[in-house]
Ligand binder design. Structure first.
Ligand code: UDX
Ligand code: UDX
Length: 440
């Protein structure tokens, strides 16, 4: 357990995206002195004023608290931040290319800048997800560009932060994984996380890199597994929630990540599965299991559109109300959101889409441009619609006034990709209600 070794440390965090910002802000919350750096001037400008550039519950108040306590500051200047820190966290984006390889251009560029700014011993901690072997590449880049007399250690400390509950995941994690080579770096990492009550697992660097990919690939597999079971339920009359509940009570299986739906999205699962397939390929192994996980995931989107078409065979010029766009609730993140694939398929069939999301509409506009329209609330998009599609399980949608909705809709069709409502209740209200893995 990490609890006795805490010491306040000067830290800088490079990259203030969903991972870096939560990391920096939470490190300040647990008592460290943190400079968050980003090369995006607008983000830094907002952050200096205490405004979060992303929607993440609990984050805004912690930003303000950190600034007020003098433990949190923001800068565009890597050189200044590195010089004034003993530990440097790297949280820049590591996208996956079409061939599954991780695009390392940002992490490499940042490593060079860190190396040039070094003015004493530092621990360089990567949090950005990277393929096994990348930490050693970072070390080589650092060695080529830093002053040879200055010592440093590299660490890989994977993030397990779910968007929407990232602050809580940081402050109350199931475990902290530290891949490190030197005892000195291990002790410093122990001091950083000293006040967080959870086991710290020290591993070799390569194991820590594999742990991240394997964990996300495993969770994605669990989702594709339950989604396939949901299709079997639909064909045979079983209720997927009953099946998942009973399966999950077996501790060996576990109840989490057994929610059937329209498949996983987000910035991590799709890219980490693709990257792990590539890592396997480069190791001479064809990870067919994960390829099937990807196929099943996309199939869930196609099945969903087929359900829409079973109610409305010709979608041309039909008005479709979409509720929920973000890849999951409590975030404005649209990366790899199932809504993107589903809306694109509906647009090919010439449906007319009007969408509402409590926070993700601004980001959605960058993706869909003027191909779809937006409403300022859920009833506005339902007005005159031929069907309602639920693509994200925002808690707000639980409060839908169905009597009002029914009056607004042209046809009482609801296709729910997130199983938010009881089929019996919806039938009693007079809706034709389709969901996932249940009787229709
Ligand atoms: C990213 C990766 O996608 C993920 O794999 C990894 O685990 C952590 O980092 P995320 O925080 O969601 O996740 O990415 P993103 O929101 O794109 O944030 C990256 C930030 O780094 C951006 O604010 C970007 O401006 C910044 N950045 C990028 C730099 O400051 N310098 C660079 O050279 C590149
Ligand atoms: C994930 C990891 O869980 C986290 O540890 C970190 O590595 C970042 O990536 P995130 O993508 O933010 O977190 O959200 P998560 O809660 O894992 O959901 C990912 C996707 O899976 C979402 O689209 C969600 O809707 C879907 N999902 C999740 C399901 O379809 N069913 C489930 O049972 C759980």
């Amino acid at each position: 357990m990490a609890s006795v070794h805490f010491r306040s440390i000067n830290i800088c965090v490079i990259g203030t995206g969903y991972v870096g910002l939560v990391t920096g802000v939470c490190l300040a919350k647990i008592g460290h002195s943190v400079i968050c750096v980003d090369n995006n001037k607008d983000k830094i400008k907002k952050l200096k004023k205490g405004i979060s550039p992303i929607y993440e519950p609990g984050l805004s108040s912690l930003i303000k608290e950190g600034i007020k306590k003098g433990r949190l500051s923001f800068s565009e200047d890597i050189n200044y931040a590195v010089k004034n820190s003993d530990v440097v966290f790297v949280c820049v984006n590591t996208p996956t290319q079409k061939n599954g390889k991780t695009d390392l251009r940002y992490i490499k560029a940042v490593s060079r800048e860190i190396a040039k700014a070094m003015n004493g011993y530092k621990v360089i901690v990567s949090k950005s997800t990277i393929a096994v072997g990348t930490s050693q590449k970072i070390k080589e880049i650092m060695k080529r560009h830093h002053h040879p007399k200055l010592k440093f250690d590299i660490v890989f400390n994977p993030e397990f932060l779910r968007e929407g509950s990232a602050v809580d995941d940081f402050l109350h994690p199931d475990r902290i994984v530290i891949g490190a080579e030197s005892e000195k770096a291990k002790r410093i990492m122990e001091q950083i996380y000293g006040s967080v009550k959870t086991p710290i697992i020290f591993t070799g660097i390569e194991a820590s890199e594999i742990i991240k990919h394997a964990s996300n690939a495993f969770l994605a597999t669990k989702i594709s597994f339950i989604n396939t079971v949901s299709n079997i339920c639909e064909k045979n009359g079983g209720e997927i929630e009953e099946v998942a509940l009973a399966m999950g009570l077996d501790k060996r299986i576990g109840k989490d990540f057994l929610k059937a739906g329209i498949g996983f999205g987000g910035s991590c699962f799709p890219k980490d599965v693709a990257a792990f397939i590539r890592v396997a390929k480069d190791s001479g192994y064809d990870f067919k299991l994960l390829k099937e996980v990807q196929r099943i995931n996309f199939n869930q989107r196609e099945q969903f559109v087929k359900k829409v078409q079973s109610l409305i065979p010709n979608l041309k010029n039909k008005k479709i109300a979409v509720l929920g766009l973000s890849f999951k609730p409590n975030t404005d993140d649209m990366r790899e959101a199932p809504s993107i694939d589903i809306i694109k398929m509906l647009l090919v069939k010439k449906a007319v889409i009007k969408a509402y999301d409590p926070v993700a509409m601004e980001k959605a506009k960058d993706i869909f441009k003027n191909k779809i329209t937006y409403g300022s609330n859920m009833y506005e998009v339902m007005k005159g619609a031929n069907a309602v599609l639920i693509l994200t399980e925002w808690a707000d949608f639980l409060k839908i006034d169905f009597k009002k909705a029914k009056k607004l809709l042209r046809s009482p069709f609801i296709i729910d990709g997130r199983n938010m409502f009881s089929p019996e209740k919806m039938a009693n209200l007079g809706f034709e209600y389709y969901s996932i893995g249940r009787k229709k």
